[in-house]
Every structure is written in structure tokens, then in C-alpha cells.
Design a protein around this ligand. Structure first.
Ligand code: CTP
Length: 410
């Protein structure tokens, strides 16, 4: 399972390193979000080395991946250990001060907190009220142990021993029917696309009519770019072939800019030769002008007829020449018509194209394009529905990548 571990600023943070080690030994995938003050006790390097994952604290680190939402959304279970009195107050107030506060607001996974503080702070009515608020919201609170505290004092407030924290976490996960077995852990890793080479086409092609005019479409590139960011965050080696996209891409993603369908075909074909996964999210022109003028065409008082010829079906030719391990993903932006619904057209296209996955989404002048919420149905090569997803394009991107990850050879 994917465990999101929040570490807040108490001296007991050192014990949590052993929690991480145990979870990793059991085959789970762990992402640590240390608060800034916790770094006074245990450094970021410890968490990154133990988990093999980045351990960021700030909301404004790695912004293109929208990590403050993604980490909460993808977690199977969340553990906060140690949870300081200050952090419990912030959590009870629903504050989103830092990456951990944001992730907690974004998650629907069970949340387990392990408070650790001096006995006076634990018994303070303010802390008791905060704990009561959290329990009322369904947060699972592990009672602090009684014993030696940081100074000469002793009493309730000690962070329980690492094995007790792990046992409590497994008990909550088990009750919520989250699979805690190591055998199924591999498909639920934070970095489940580690070392997978992914090529993504994005945007919309432009087919020149003359020196200044073109045939284009409304595609903005948002869905393809969200896929790229999500795939990179999951550990993939990502190349984007961007057709007329004015959006920025995060660091560590290779970008090839193209304009026409034939440039896109060449760029995708050459990138695809070494790829494990190809995702054709671009809206590729089906037709282009038979001829394009190198100079601007002037009006002369006569009607003009534009002769169009079909472009190459890039996805089809990639599928025809693909190697057996490659996963091909197509998109079908449909409006539905008298001949069938969006899904009817999607099913027919899935069978006709033979892609491993076909992502079907409704589009029109006012739906589907741009940085707006979307809804998709994911079909397999036989036209069977294997998943649905709705929400931001990043949420949908992760749902598509879940299907891709499930089909990768292990
Ligand atoms: N596609 C492609 N090359 C083209 C046209 C489309 O590779 N010349 C890809 C798109 O990137 C998308 C999928 O094929 O992943 C489906 O595109 P779409 O235009 O919906 O399909 P068409 O086969 O062109 O069918 P339609 O007749 O509905 O336009």
C-alpha cells in the first residue's frame, strides 16, 4: 500500500525512521512529508534515503505536479508521527499552511495520528479539545505511551515504540479493508512507473493553408501535459511531443515542439522506438490541405475550394509496428450523434484502432477543452470499460496511468 507519513517537529521523530524501515521491509511504498520544524530533529536526507522518494515540505516545491493534492489523493493510508500539540491544533483547525496541511485536506484515506509531547501539553484542555475534534472527524488517534519524556520528567506523552506504531497502522488499514499484504504492494507504489519510458503527444496540430493561415483545432494540451507531469511524478522517463502548446512543462521532462501532423508523426515515431508506453493525447488533424501556398493567398472576388487529403493515422501505424511489450494508449474525443452516443463511438473506435487502452471523453465547443474538469471512460482493446474518472485533468491523468501501470510487465 502507499503510506503517506507526516513527521512533525518533536524529538521523537528519530523513532519514526524505524517505522519507515519496517514499512519498506514489509513491501510498502512510503512518502514522507516532514514539516520544516521537524527537520531540526531529523534531516530530509534520512527520509529520502530510507524511502527512495523525495521528502518535500513546502507547497511551492515541485508545483507543476500539484503535489499538495496528488500526495493526499494517492495515499492509501496516512500516518502522522510524531504529532506535536501545535500540529494537532493546526490540523483541528483545518489549516493548509504547508505541504502536510494541504495533503491532509486533500486525502480521503484513513488518517492515523500518534501524538507525542510533554504530559502537561497532552493534558491541556486545548489539546484535549483538538483531539476530540479530530476523533469526531474520524481520525484514528494512537494514545501516547507512559514513560520517560525528553527531560527528567516522565508520564503520558511518549511516542509509542516503532513496532507498536506499525501495528496500529496495519490495524486501521485492515479495518478499512486496505490490502496490507506485501505481495500486492508492487502495484501500489508511489513510483510505480520508475524507469518506464513514456512518450506523450499533446496539443493540436496545425495544417498550413498558406503562409499565415492554418486548419487547427481547439486542443489546449492540458490533458497531455497533466499526463506528463503525473507520469514524471510516478518515476517515468517522459518525452512530450507538443503540438502548438503554450504551457510550461516541469523540470526533467523532454519536450519536442512540432506544428503539423507530419512533424508530429516523425517526432513520435522516433521517440516511440525506445518507449515502453506511448500515449496519443494530441488532437491530430485527419485532413490537411492538398497544397499550401508559401505566400499569403489574396482574395480575388471568386469563391475558393480547399482540397483536403487525409493525414497519416499515427496511432494506427504505431500499433501496427509496435513491439510486444509496448503499451499504446489512444484518446477518442467524441461529441455523439444520431448514429450513437459518445460511448458507442468510443467502443467502435477501441475495436477499430486496437490500442491497449482508449480514453473516451465528450467534447464540444464548451466542454472538454482547456484547463477545466473533465470526465473520461477508459476502454480496453475489446471495447470493455476498465475504468472511469472525473475531476481535474491531473486526477484523470493518474487514473489513466493506474491502468497503464497495471498492464506493465513486472
Ligand atoms: N490519431 C492519430 N493520427 C491521426 C488522427 C488521430 O494518431 N491522424 C490518434 C489521436 O491522437 C487519438 C486517436 O488517434 O489518440 C483517435 O483520434 P480521433 O481523431 O478521435 O480518431 P479517428 O480515427 O481520426 O476517428 P474519427 O473519424 O472519429 O475522427
Amino acid at each position: 500500500m502507499r503510506v503517506l507519513l507526516g513527521v512533525t517537529g518533536g524529538i521523537a521523530a528519530y523513532k519514526v525512521a524505524l517505522v519507515v524501515r519496517r514499512l519498506k521491509e514489509d513491501g510498502h511504498s512510503v512518502r514522507v512529508i516532514p514539516t520544516e520544524s521537524s527537520l531540526q530533529f531529523v534531516g530530509r536526507a534520512t527520509w529520502e534515503a530510507l524511502t527512495g522518494e523525495p521528502a518535500r515540505s513546502g507547497t511551492f516545491e515541485n508545483v507543476p505536479s500539484v503535489e499538495h493534492i496528488m500526495l493526499g489523493q494517492r495515499a492509501d493510508v496516512v500516518l502522522i508521527a510524531p504529532a506535536t500539540a501545535n500540529f494537532l491544533a493546526s490540523m483541528a483547525a483545518g489549516e493548509a499552511r504547508d505541504l502536510l496541511g494541504n495533503a491532509l485536506l486533500a486525502t480521503t484515506a484513513p488518517v492515523v495520528v500518534a501524538p507525542a509531547m510533554h504530559s502537561e501539553m497532552w493534558r491541556n484542555p486545548a489539546t484535549e479539545a483538538n483531539i476530540a475534534t479530530l476523533v469526531a472527524r474520524g481520525v484514528h488517534v494512537i494514545e501516547p505511551a507512559v514513560g520517560r519524556l525528553t527531560g527528567a520528567d516522565s508520564g503520558p506523552g511518549r511516542l509509542p515504540e516503532p513496532e507498536d506504531l506499525v501495528a496500529a497502522l496495519y490495524a486501521v488499514a485492515g479495518r478499512m479493508q486496505i490490502d496490507t499484504h506485501a505481495a500486492s504492494a508492487a502495484t501500489r507504489e508511489w513510483g510505480d512507473l520508475g524507469d518506464v519510458r513514456v512518450v506523450i503527444s499533446a496539443g493540436g496540430t496545425r495544417e498550413p493553408i498558406d503562409a499565415v493561415r492554418f486548419l487547427g483545432n481547439r486542443s489546449s494540451g492540458h490533458q497531455g501535459f497533466a499526463l506528463a507531469e503525473a507520469a514524471r511524478e510516478r518515476g517515468a522517463d517522459v518525452t512530450v511531443v507538443a503540438a502548438n502548446v503554450s504551457l510550461p512543462l516541469g523540470e526533467g521532462i523532454s519536450r519536442i515542439d512540432v506544428e503539423t501532423s507530419s512533424e508530429l508523426a516523425d517526432a513520435v515515431r522516433s521517440a516511440a522506438s525506445g518507449a515502453d508506453v506511448v500515449i496519443m493525447a494530441a488532437a491530430v488533424a485527419d485532413f490537411r490541405p492538398a497544397e499550401s501556398s508559401a505566400v499569403k493567398i489574396k482574395k480575388d472576388g471568386h469563391p475558393r475550394v480547399l482540397e483536403l487529403v487525409e493525414t497519416e493515422d499515427i496511432l494506427r501505424s504505431l500499433i501496427e509496428s509496435k513491439s510486444s511489450h509496448q503499451i499504446m494508449v489512444g484518446f477518442a474525443a467524441e461529441t455523439g450523434d444520431g448514429a450513437g452516443s459518445v460511448l458507442d463511438h468510443g467502443r467502435a473506435k477501441a475495436v477499430r484502432k486496437g490500442a491497449d487502452l482508449l480514453v473516451v471523453n465528450p467534447v464540444g465547443a464548451t466542454v472538454g477543452f482547456g484547463n477545466v474538469p473533465t470526465a473520461v471512460t477508459i476502454l480496453d482493446a475489446t471495447g470493455e470499460v476498465v475504468g472511469t474518472s472525473s475531476g481535474t485533468k491531473l486526477v484523470v491523468a493518474h487514473a489513466i496511468l493506474d491502468q497503464v501501470a497495471a498492464r506493465l510487465p513486472r
